[in-house]
Design a protein around this ligand. Structure first.
Ligand SMILES: NC(=O)c1ccc[n+]([C@@H]2O[C@H](COP(=O)([O-])OP(=O)(O)OC[C@H]3O[C@@H](n4cnc5c(N)ncnc54)[C@H](O)[C@@H]3O)[C@@H](O)[C@H]2O)c1
Ligand SMILES: O=c1ccn([C@@H]2O[C@H](COP(=O)(O)OP(=O)(O)O[C@H]3O[C@H](CO)[C@@H](O)[C@H](O)[C@H]3O)[C@@H](O)[C@H]2O)c(=O)[nH]1
Length: 447
């Protein structure tokens, strides 16, 4: 099939590349000239495992092209995917500005029938707004061209995006038209061979399904963070509790890790947007509001532990930080817990020596060169002369460190672990003061 994708971020670029990989002819359009120039040179603008090789192969074999020309993109595909950002507006609602700008471009250049497929995460009713936008422009042009707007939300995770797209748990397609449903079924057939993963529904339910999935996952995390905070106070070990409850298949082990709070470009903004939708409909979403409030507090967890340990005297201290990205296997720092922590430490007069396997460049882009942020190229270097180590992201390389060397490099043997990577008792036995999330400090519970 001939397919056009608007937006070459995590979703657009992965979607376009994976659709090309199974034999389709794909044109990706972005307004960011630097990004498109980079892709045209065969470089990938961000780190996502496995993506670069796929882009290079499909570009070389002529199935994948990149352009800033909307007209070229609109002319190419019968299917026009919208995969642009929907950032939070001031009031928490999803900002549809980029989505509607793409709809407008499609309508301006449309010369034959199109199926517009929305992959961006958008509030219920957005497909109607896209449809209205396209209709208005076609009417202005005096053009009578058939089109449909389909909702096809994306569920990929950063760091595993290619795998998630190639082997989806499910593909949600929201449309009221049989012909659109049939075309989307054909499009996704190569990803649907093992068993039928396609779930067809109406457009509004498809739009809400995306928010429901993210809100449910965010709820699991906030629930565990709440429990971890209770465990802290009653001297119980949340890791034992996690293992104990996950054994119940109705609960399961996925997404019940307590930590430094959820971050990233999706959960924080999507929970907020769903809360906003509910309030707009005169419904108070108490549970969702609590999910967000708990996360807000949890993002301050590491800092409050640090403050308590140093009795609020942080001025002049140096903290080694392991992990800047919002989670492992990505360089993305959008809403990363590390940012809130770094900024709190700076505000208290402390400085930071950070190591992240992939996100140092992103941190430099966000914060620029500053004397209170040293970005180290080796994890050991971050420790040198620091008053404590703080672990914010659970990269694999942090899981089995050389504790002896760590103790000699740190000025004081103190670890604040926001991801519960180690067992408290053995680490304490090596002479460290070890703070984890919801785990007692060297108690029999952690034996
Ligand atoms: N990142 C994820 O893991 C993920 C997963 C599922 C769904 N989503 C949703 O998908 C959407 C895109 O997310 P993302 O992380 O890929 O975004 P992103 O910020 O990484 O990329 C968006 C891209 O769209 C481009 N763009 C903006 N306006 C444009 C226009 N008018 N025409 C063409 N390109 C334009 C931007 O330049 C940018 O390159 C969001 O709604 C997000 O919530 C994201
Ligand atoms: O048990 C857990 C699991 C995750 N997290 C945190 O939750 C955040 C989000 O993690 P993850 O869901 O793995 O990353 P995303 O790439 O943001 O993916 C989510 O958001 C995407 C965008 O909507 C969806 O498509 C995905 O299905 C959904 O998992 C990160 O800060 C994690 O550290 C925890 O604290 N505990």
């Amino acid at each position: 099939m001939r397919i056009t994708i608007f937006g070459t971020g995590y979703v657009g670029l992965v979607t376009g590349t994976c659709l090309a990989e199974v034999g389709n002819h794909v044109v990706c359009v972005d307004v960011d000239e630097a990004k498109i120039a980079c892709l045209q040179r065969g470089e990938v603008p961000f780190f996502e495992p496995g993506l670069a090789a796929l882009i290079r192969r499909n570009s070389a074999e002529g199935r994948l092209r990149f352009t800033t020309e909307a007209a070229e993109g609109v002319a190419h595909g019968r299917l026009q995917f919208i995969a642009v950002g929907t950032p939070p507006a001031e009031d928490g609602s999803a900002d549809l500005g980029h989505v509607l700008a793409v709809a407008q471009s499609i309508a301006e250049h449309m010369a034959d029938p199109k199926i517009v497929v929305n992959k961006s995460t958008v509030p219920v009713g957005s497909a109607d707004r896209v449809r209205a936008c396209i209709s208005a422009e076609l009417q202005r042009r005096g053009a009578d061209i058939d089109f449909d707007v389909v909702s096809n939300p994306e569920f990929l995770k950063e760091g595993a995006a290619v795998d998630d797209f190639m082997k989806p748990d499910r593909v949600i397609v929201g449309t009221g038209r049989q012909a659109s449903a049939e075309l989307l079924r054909q499009l996704y057939a190569p990803f649907n061979r093992n068993h039928d993963r396609l779930i067809m529904m109406d457009v509004r339910s498809a739009e809400l399904t995306k928010y429901a999935a993210n809100a449910m996952l965010a709820t699991k995390i906030s629930f565990m963070n709440e429990l971890a905070n209770i465990a802290d106070r009653v001297d119980a070990d949340i890791e034992r509790v996690r293992i104990g409850i996950g054994a119940d298949p109705r609960i399961g082990y996925d997404f019940i890790y307590p930590g430094a709070g959820y971050g990233g470009s999706c959960f924080p903004k999507d929970v907020k947007a769903l809360v906003r939708t509910a309030y707009d409909m005169d419904y108070a979403p108490q549970l969702l509001q609590a999910v967000e409030d708990v996360n807000e507090r949890q993002q301050g967890y590491l800092y409050s532990r640090i403050q308590a340990h140093f009795a609020g005297e942080l001025a002049g201290l140096t903290f080694a930080l392991w992990g800047l990205a919002f989670k492992p296997n990505t360089e993305d720092m959008r809403e990363a817990p590390s940012r809130r922590l770094i900024e709190s430490l700076w505000a208290a007069g402390a400085s930071v020596r950070a190591f992240d396997p992939k996100a140092a460049g992103e941190a430099r882009r966000i914060y620029g060169e500053r004397s209170d942020l040293v970005l180290c190229s080796k994890l050991e270097d971050a420790l040198d002369g620091a008053d404590a180590l703080v672990i914010v992201t659970e990269w694999n390389v942090f899981r089995s460190p050389d504790f002896e060397s760590m103790r000699t490099r740190l000025k004081r043997p103190v670890i604040f672990d926001g991801r519960n990577l180690y067992e408290p008792r053995p680490v304490a036995a090596l002479g460290f003061t070890y703070y984890a999330v919801g785990r007692p400090l060297d108690s029999s519970a952690s034996a």
